[in-house]
Design a protein around this ligand. Structure first.
Ligand code: NDP
Ligand code: GDR
Length: 344
């Protein structure tokens, strides 16, 4: 039986990847942090929390000895490093913690692999945030990087260290440059899920107004469940490499808001500019969306769009779910949760 470590199983991608690997017959060692209230709602929603081949392991990415013990105890031959301080907004408030976890943390795992078993295959969760102030459209593997946040800079360090371990020690170390990917399991601090959860609450009269920051930002949004399949394919490839996973379509945050309201039968008309911009319900004339500058970031990534042609050629990977389908899926899940009286 193949054994894999998934760091960050309590997160969106960790939950979907664990589900995929269990379906493929793997024994999965999923790591979580010892915090005051550990929350496994995602693996519970997927119904895998009691799977006999799933082992939940306490672990902190910032601790080298913890990484060494994890690899020794599991005997894993594949390691997927999904753990990170992954919220861009918070990285401006906590740049050093973000560097420790999101940057140096990845090197703890790479070092642990070098010490315990250099044949272990390693996946690093790199990000389109590394392109930041974009130098080419669309972005591909060879597009120059220009990160615009402490998170992006930390991820860029981990990305280059992954390549460095590949080239220096011949390790099978892959870097997946993934563009934004969303799902009903997305954290509510991220914009798509904040929008779909708020739209569900507004539809159910549990919220008056949705407040957002920069609605001009454009993102390439795909479906997370499909992206974890791409991670797995990278570690099954003949050679370790770097791959972009994306949809090659970009939309503004505002477009996503319009789409989410449409999914519950509400048409939004936009008026005003910048901080005075408002989204108004065409049916009732009520203001349902407004700008709150507290959600602005000190520096913004304005436009992301990725071309996943290399992943298609080498891995046979391509996105399938459209943004409209993804948005509907997320809104439906949030309507269900809010009707049932809970929402994570
Ligand atoms: P989440 O924020 O949902 O999950 C992050 C996970 O990392 C959580 O399980 C969290 O645990 C864990 N974690 C945080 N700090 C530590 C630590 N010090 N030690 C161990 N575990 C820790 O992220 P996603 O699932 O969305 O993303 C997965 C990875 O992919 C991340 O590295 C992210 O940066 C990257 N990425 C994500 C993209 C996306 O669009 N989703 C796009 C590109 C890259 P806890 O629950 O305890 O906080
Ligand atoms: P991002 O995702 O920063 O791209 O990072 P997020 O959903 O947080 O922001 C996307 C864009 O929306 C704008 N925005 C808001 N964002 C949030 N969170 N809340 C708001 O109220 C709001 N209003 C406008 C943001 O300014 C931004 O432009 C995600 C994370 O998953 C990273 O870990 C990952 O690496 C990248 O995607 C790819």
């Amino acid at each position: 039986m193949k054994k894999a470590v998934v760091t960050g199983i309590s997160g969106q991608d960790g939950a979907y990847l664990a589900e995929l690997l269990l379906e493929k017959g793997y024994e999965v060692y999923g790591t979580f942090r010892r915090t005051s209230s550990v929350n496994f709602w995602r693996i519970e929603e997927l119904g895998i929390q009691d799977h006999p081949n799933l082992h939940l392991v306490e672990y902190d990415l910032t601790d080298l000895s913890s990484s060494i013990r994890l690899l020794q105890a599991s005997g894993a031959t594949e390691v997927y490093n999904l753990a990170a301080q992954s919220f861009v907004g918070v990285s401006f408030e906590q740049p050093i913690t973000t560097a420790d976890i999101t940057g140096v943390g990845a090197v703890n795992l790479l070092e642990a692999i070098r010490i315990v078993n250099p044949k272990i295959r390693f996946y690093q969760a790199s990000t389109s945030e590394m392109f930041g102030k974009v130098q080419a459209i669309p972005q591909i593997e060879s597009t120059p990087f220009y990160p615009r946040s402490p998170y992006g800079v930390a991820k860029l360090y981990a990305h280059w260290m992954t390549i460095n371990y590949r080239e220096s020690y011949g390790m099978f170390a892959c870097s997946g440059i993934l563009f934004n990917h969303e799902s009903p399991l997305r954290g509510r601090e991220f914009v798509t899920r904040k929008i779909t959860d708020s739209v569900a609450k507004i539809k159910l009269d549990k919220l008056d107004v949705l407040e957002l920051g920069n609605m001009d930002a454009k993102r390439d949004w795909g479906f997370a469940k499909e992206y974890v399949e791409g991670m797995w394919r990278m570690l099954q490839a003949a050679e370790p490499d770097t791959f972009v996973l994306a949809t090659n379509r970009t939309e503004t945050v505002r477009d996503f808001v319009t789409m989410a309201f449409k999914a519950v039968g509400i048409q939004i008309n936009w008026s005003g500019k910048d901080e005075a911009e408002q989204g108004v319900c065409a049916q009732t004339g009520k203001v349902l969306v407004r700008v709150n500058p507290k959600f602005y970031r000190p520096a913004e990534v304005e436009l992301l769009i990725g071309n996943p042609a290399k992943a298609k050629d080498v891995l046979g990977w391509a996105p399938k779910t459209t943004l409209e389908e993804l948005c509907q899926m997320m809104v439906d899940a949030d309507l269900r949760r809010n009707q049932a009286g809970f929402s994570f």
